[in-house]
Design a protein around this ligand. Sequence first.
Ligand SMILES: N[C@@H](CCC(=O)N[C@@H](CS)C(=O)NCC(=O)O)C(=O)O
Length: 325
Amino acid sequence: MVGSPHASARRSSAQLASAQFAKETGSRGEFVRQGNRFTSRITADGSSGWKAEPGRYRLVWSRACPWAHRAVIVRGLLGLEDAISLATVDPIRDERGWRFSLDPGGRDPVLGIEFLAEAYLATDPEYDGRVTVPCLVDTRTGAVVTNDYPQITLDFSTEWREFHRPGAPDLYPEDLREEIGRVADLIFRDVNNGVYRCGFATTQRAYEEAFDALFGRLDWLENLLRDRRYLCGDRLTEADVRLFTTLVRFDAVYHGHFKCNRNKLTEFPVLWAYARDLFQTPGFGETVDFDQIKRHYYLTHHRINPTGIVPKGPDLSGWTTRPDA
Ligand SMILES: N[C@@H](CCC(=O)N[C@@H](CS)C(=O)NCC(=O)O)C(=O)O
């Protein structure tokens, strides 16, 4: 159990909120994402100090967050639900950050904390970055082991293999690792993080650079996927999961809220069919919560949506139409 006092979570999160925007804005008004503070690995043999053991770690996510969403999809595809438990934060952060207000009594029933900041501060009392999801918390000590989102999913695939369900897909096959890495890097830069670079730019130039890179990359993906079902060929991989969590939020939030509005996803015929194919694959669509996604983005980024009005649209019913329709 983590015992750090509520008051210290309140104080530090308020400090974070005010300092953060400045910290993540570069000299030309561009968004600069913070690094991940906790980067320990959970390994099959425990040589890192953290051994993969069923029931020991708790994955904390927000249904709204694309980076956390990846981890939940991969966990589900691999059948790790019984091995790694899941804590879900409220999609709306207050000035103290992510909170467990969806749980009875407003506390995570396993970690016993009200705010995720309590776990971060219990692990590093000097922590002064953003308190982010996803993270894996050791339930024995309450320590945050990792918030290194790209590594978390790769380790689910490679270090937790013993606990995968029979017949689980290999999302990170050795023969495709180089290709997965190459395509995932481009997608991270221009698409996953690219939408944030559009939304959080503070100069016209920084916004337009991010916008052009984003739509240039979406055009490239539209072309790439013309003759293949998945990004790396005929096998579903980690790269597809990473692209999916941005695509599924695209029309609902990025198009309007982040001004990524050259086109909607539904106007890219190939990408739209690809995204629907994934959405309708077991393990994907059922993890998507459009209501929480919309409320999170429009209600927590006060600087870019000061009125807090959540748009009624768009019509999202197309996600369940056949990909070949
Ligand atoms: N750990 C990464 C990525 C994860 C991330 O950005 N998660 C967001 C939600 S989508 C978050 O937890 N934000 C909390 C905050 O900004 O206070 C980072 O710090 O950039």
